[in-house]
Design a protein around this ligand. Structure first.
Ligand SMILES: [Zn+2]
Length: 384
């Protein structure tokens, strides 16, 4: 699965087209305008809010032969050789760095290793070594390190010197969700640029522009808390229909009118994990293990289930925040009428616990059956 789908509406060629991240972009524009672009940057923030799109736009601007000066700031021209190569994804001086590159490593031992993190072999061969070589087009080199918060500690240590004093013309942009997971020594060598969640309204409009129906767009904009990338991903997985159905079933369960929820969830997990495997293969030719895909699928389903109880909890507590499930208020009321707030809190806690159990090899069907009992009665999950 790609870490961050692009913003819909085509690839932006320059920073001026980036929407929804005004503070990050204006900061970058000030750095560009003042000729003070740091050589190491850390873009951090939630997934799907435009970190990677912005980094690519910045890279194109830095590498462009003749960037346009617009009232909003610099913008890659889109026409020079550099811009054309970047648009085609084949710029010799624009280097994406990501853990799956291990597959192209010279050493078969590295190629065959399970790619859990971004390891030292990838950082050495695909960042440190090429950074030492001169730029092909002569306007510098840019390295975009995806999932930098998954760099192993040896990889981070190996990179320190390059971050501290990159060869002339080299810019390194680290993309991370949780900057605090990285070594302080890595963070302190980079200029940090924070990317916040996008406004719900912005996400909704963008989804509708991508032909997502109004009701669904409304739902994902609140569910994802301002992540357009994630909203598009969940939409693409067809999970809106799944959530409508699940919400109905959870309401029915609260009034004793639902059998077979556990089995239904186990089936959904199976189907969804197959989809994750297929997508990983399409995205970057990567093989996602069945186990990992199963956990991702279960986590996505759990989040849908939890959102129902979170909404019910908000109703039970008289909160004024708009519900996520505005498309089915009756279902939420039904759940809120069935359980007092303390039991809803208990269910939510058990859902969190469930996620932890997924990482042990407990039988999935058995787990989902247990979860259905928890959702019906607020009883704790069994012990395993
Ligand atoms: Zn250009």
């Amino acid at each position: 699965m790609p870490e961050e789908p692009r913003q819909p509406g085509g690839d932006p060629v320059g920073l001026t087209e980036i929407v929804g991240q005004a503070s990050a972009v204006s900061r970058l524009q000030r750095m560009l305008a003042g000729g003070r672009m740091p050589h190491a940057l850390l873009f951090f923030g939630p997934r799907g809010v435009g970190r990677r799109t912005t980094a690519e736009a910045l890279a194109r601007t830095l590498l462009c032969a003749k960037p346009d000066k617009t009232p909003e700031g610099l913008r890659a021209c889109g026409a020079c050789e550099s811009c054309r190569l970047a648009a085609g994804g084949s710029h010799p001086d624009l280097h994406p760095v990501y853990k799956e590159l291990a597959r192209y490593h010279d050493d078969p031992a590295v190629r065959n290793r399970v790619m859990q993190d971004l390891g030292i072999a990838v950082i050495r061969s695909f960042l440190i070594a090429p950074a030492m070589q001169g730029a092909t087009l002569g306007r510098g080199k840019v390295f975009l390190v995806r999932e930098a918060d998954r760099m192993s500690i040896p990889a981070q240590n190996a990179l320190l010197k390059t971050l501290e004093e990159p060869p002339a013309g080299v810019t390194i942009i680290l993309l991370a969700r949780q900057a605090e997971q990285m070594l302080p020594t890595t963070r302190s060598r980079c200029a940090s640029v924070r990317f916040g969640p996008l406004p719900a309204e912005f996400v909704r409009e963008r989804l509708q522009a991508a032909a997502v129906a109004a009701e669904e767009a409304e739902f994902w904009s609140r569910f994802t808390e301002g992540s357009i990338g994630r909203a598009l991903e969940l939409h693409g997985l067809g999970l809106y229909e799944v959530q409508r159905d699940l919400t109905g079933r959870l309401a029915a369960l609260a009034t004793g009118g639902e059998d077979g929820l556990g089995e239904h969830l186990a089936d959904l997990q199976e189907k969804l994990s197959g989809e994750f495997v297929r997508r990983a293969r399409e995205a970057d030719g990567g093989e996602l293990s069945r186990t990992l895909a199963g956990r991702q699928a279960a986590a996505a389903l759990l989040e849908l289930v939890a959102s129902v109880y979170r909404d019910a909890m908000a109703v039970a507590c008289g909160a004024e925040t708009p519900p996520i499930h505005a498309d089915d208020p009756r279902a939420i009321e039904t759940v809120a009428e069935r359980f007092p707030a303390d039991q809803l809190a208990e269910i939510l806690e058990q859902l969190t616990r469930f996620e932890g159990l997924l990482w042990r090899n407990v039988n999935a069907k058995l787990l989902w059956d247990n979860l259905a009992i928890t959702c019906e009665s607020a009883a704790p999950l069994g012990s395993y």
